[in-house]
Design a protein around this ligand. Structure first.
Ligand code: ADQ
Length: 748
């Protein structure tokens, strides 16, 4: 059976000490339910912090806990109080949490926290690595463990790693302020599949990867040096059936027994049965907009005085992260606000706000969801927000109105709720009024759609979709890696090279022989390259051709003094054995079109800082590798569209290269140019190496007998793929060395 290792900050269990005995109680939380549902198909373990200070445990107790946990297929990571202070309350909840929720003003940048975060992530990595067996899958949860994917991938490249972020991923503008931004991005990139609740978070992550690490992305694929990673959105759901069925049962029971929380409240607080109740439930967290909600409720009472004494807000807040000062400040603020509003509006018969600062048992939670007329959920930023889904699921008769903040990830799926901006008090006040007056049929109609959606994409589907996603990434990676040059392939190529009498090697330049991706100055040939090409061209029987879309004048400057064959401008110009440049195509290649096309490209140059126009004899190229990556990519799409419409019927071709859009006569291409050389000689070894789209013509023209290689993990017609320009150079050096060795053997 396949094995799956889950890793999260906390284990899905509670450890309790009762009458000198230890008990391990499995958690009923959503994540645990979802994961258990996929677990049945896997063997494996859940690794996480047990929530216990190891210093307080005797050896015997520790062993006992470990045994109990093992029965639950859990393995504990023990963290000291200091670790918890610095890694959990520190970096996780004073740095990442506020920053990722757009609370830059609350974010601490503290070296000690960062060191501890790294240390604890390493500690988790050690525990995970100890458990790993060949073929295992690892699924890491959330923002406490952002470095873990890469720590595992580095140690065990053979293991499939998935990562899911339960909170938002902020936009580049915010993320880039983090001093450890690159480490965090790289840490996450160890995963093969990166899951987010929402496409926007995914988009932000991809944009940070492009801008800060310079990796290319193609839709949701991230092209790393030796691997493809994928991002995707998996909006997390709840255990719908559990919430809904329990709500139906509880309603039936309360009718039968004539007792419910609602009836309790009415009795204890002397309420009229027609008092409307608004429910809000959250962890007490500044991201949840609890103060906003109180201000908005106050505004409602001000704007709609007729509703005083007719509506109350029932607000439940679970204590959370009380060690972090911002949470303490917030608690005081909420206490004060509740006191102030109640002081201002309460009457003998009516309390506007009931505020409970505690956690509730599940059945009471359900009863409240089911009996409150309105669910009011107003986070200023929330990865998903499951309470919103739980409220809708637990409406046993389909009535009830959900008012939900647009800033919650859940808003995308719950569009039939009344959506509000949590900063707009008047809007929330009028949403409450609207909800109170919404006809029951309309409530049921809206909830029906939402219930169906929540039921369909529930927590089990979420977990199984993620696992399917992992399998898909694996096959995508295999597709790319299938062409990777193996040792066996290398030996075959070396033998062919040795046994051939007449060889020709077509070598593209940018990205194939040099790396110009990040630093354009690296585009010039270096001494190592000259010496490599010299040796290669001097070996008997060899002809090398540097074939590029570069302008011939640049090639003349760089290689004019050598004897290499040069083909420039996609095959328009050729220079053989140190002779003068000659045109490969007919003289009458029409370049009239340049007059019309140039202003269009110039317009893009003006509007896109860092881009420039390169005018060649028979083509024009718009380069955007030095622009802002997102802007450049967007403009490239637009320019391509525009050129396509302007150049229709002109016999032109638009070619997309590496950060360049080029337009040229369609009958000029590298394939045709290479053919011109091939026709002239009787070669028994033909090799071509290139890295971009324009080289596909070359690979196509040379056919299956040639040794064709593509640099980078891209879809290609070539037979093999190589990782980088460095691997190309190494391969060429090996060819030279193999030949030299044979030559030495023959002569001595
Ligand atoms: P949270 O910020 O904790 O989760 P949320 O998704 O709303 O937020 O989950 C809270 C859970 O706690 C719910 O299941 C709710 O029933 C329970 N709960 C809240 N108040 C309670 C109370 N008084 N008594 C008992 N139970 C209570 C983080 C992210 C979210 C994301 C989830 C899951 O911040 O955006 O939706 O992870 O990925």
């Amino acid at each position: 059976m396949e094995r799956l290792i889950i890793v999260s900050n906390r284990l899905p269990v509670k450890i309790k000490f009762e009458n000198d005995d230890i008990k391990v109680i499995p958690s009923e939380g959503g994540l645990a339910t979802g994961i258990k549902s996929v677990y049945k198909n896997y063997d494996g373990k859940w690794i996480g912090w047990a929530g216990i200070d190891p210093e307080t445990l005797s050896k015997k107790d520790k062993n006992k806990i470990n045994d109990y946990l093992a029965e639950e297929r859990c393995k504990p990571v023990y963290l000291s109080n200091e670790d918890i202070d610095n890694y959990y309350y520190g970096f996780s909840n004073r740095t990442i949490w506020p920053l990722f929720h757009y609370f830059n003003q609350y974010t601490h940048y503290n070296e000690t926290y960062w060191e501890s975060y790294k240390y604890v992530n390493n500690l988790f990595a050690e525990e995970v690595i100890k458990e790993l067996q060949p073929g295992d899958k690892v699924w890491i949860q959330d923002y406490h463990l952002l470095l873990l994917p890469n720590l595992i991938k580095q140690a065990r490249p053979d293991v499939d790693v998935g990562f899911f972020l339960h909170i938002p991923f902020p936009s580049y503008e915010l993320f880039r302020v983090l001093p450890w931004r690159e480490e965090i991005l790289r840490g996450m990139l160890g995963a093969d599949l990166l899951g987010f609740h929402d496409y926007d978070y995914e988009r932000h992550y991809l944009s940070c990867v492009r801008r800060l690490l310079g990796y290319d992305t193609l839709f949701n694929e991230i092209h790393l040096e030796n691997r493809i990673a994928i991002t995707d959105a998996f909006p997390m759901g709840i255990d719908y059936d559990k919430f809904h069925n329990m709500a139906v049962e509880s309603r039936q029971k309360s009718v039968k027994d004539k007792s419910s929380i609602r009836q309790e409240i009415e009795k204890n607080y002397l309420l009229t049965p027609d008092l409307k109740l608004i429910l809000s439930i959250d962890r007490l967290d500044y991201s949840k907009g609890i103060a906003h909600r109180l201000y908005a409720f106050e505004r409602f009472l001000e704007n709609y005085p007729d509703y005083r004494e007719k509506v109350s807000l029932l607000m439940l807040a679970v204590p959370s992260r009380i060690n972090v000062e911002q949470y303490q400040i917030m608690k005081s603020e909420v206490d004060e606000l509740v006191g102030r509003i109640n002081g201002k509006y309460s009457s003998i018969n009516w309390t506007p706000i009931w505020y409970f600062y505690r956690s509730l048992p599940f059945h009471e939670l359900i009863e409240l969801y089911n009996s409150c007329d309105i669910g009011l959920i107003t986070p200023v930023r929330d990865g998903m927000n499951l309470v919103a889904k739980e409220y809708v699921a637990a409406r046993s008769d389909g009535s009830g109105v959900l008012i939900l903040s647009e800033m919650a990830g859940a808003a995308k799926e719950l569009s039939e709720s009344i959506l509000i901006n949590p900063n707009n008090m008047n809007e929330i006040a009028s949403a409450i009024e609207h909800a109170l007056n919404m006809p029951r049929e309309e409530q049921q109609e809206r909830n029906k759609f939402m219930q169906e959606r929540i039921k369909r994409y529930d927590i089990k589907k979420w977990a199984s979709d993620f696992m399917k996603g992992m399998a898909n990434v694996k096959s995508l990676q295999e597709k790319y890696l299938g062409k990777k040059l193996t040792n066996h392939d290398r030996n075959t190529i070396y033998n062919k090279y040795l046994n051939a009498d007449k060889r020709i090697l077509f070598l593209d330049y940018d990205g194939t022989l040099v790396n110009y991706e990040r630093k354009p100055q690296h585009a010039k040939p270096d001494n190592d390259l000259y010496s490599l090409l010299d040796k290669l061209s001097q070996q008997e029987g060899n002809e090398i051709v540097i074939i590029s879309s570069r302008d011939k004048d640049i090639f003349e400057r760089w290689f004019g003094h050598t004897q290499y064959n040069l083909i420039a401008e996609h095959g328009m110009w050729i220079k053989e054995n140190g002779n003068d440049w000659a045109k490969l195509e007919e003289d009458d290649v029409n370049t009239e079109w340049k007059k019309f096309i140039k202003p269009a490209i110039q317009f893009y140059v003006d509007r896109t800082p860092g881009s420039f126009l390169e005018e060649k004899t028979f083509s024009m190229a718009w380069h955007y590798r030095k622009t802002d990556p997102d802007l450049g990519q967007q403009r490239a799409i637009d320019l391509k569209e525009e050129l396509a419409s302007q150049s229709a019927n002109l016999g032109l071709e638009i070619v997309e290269g590496n950060k360049v859009i080029e337009i040229k006569n369609s009958d000029i291409n590298k394939g045709k140019a290479a053919n011109h050389k091939i026709k002239k000689g009787n070669y028994d070894f033909v090799m071509a190496i290139g890295d971009d789209w324009t080289d596909e013509d070359l690979f196509g023209e040379l056919g299956q007998d040639a040794i064709t290689m593509k640099v980078g993990l891209k879809n290609t017609r070539a037979r093999y793929s190589l990782e980088s320009f460095q691997e190309v150079r190494n391969l060429l050096k090996e060819l030279i060395a193999t030949y030299e060795n044979k030559y030495d053997t023959v002569n001595h």
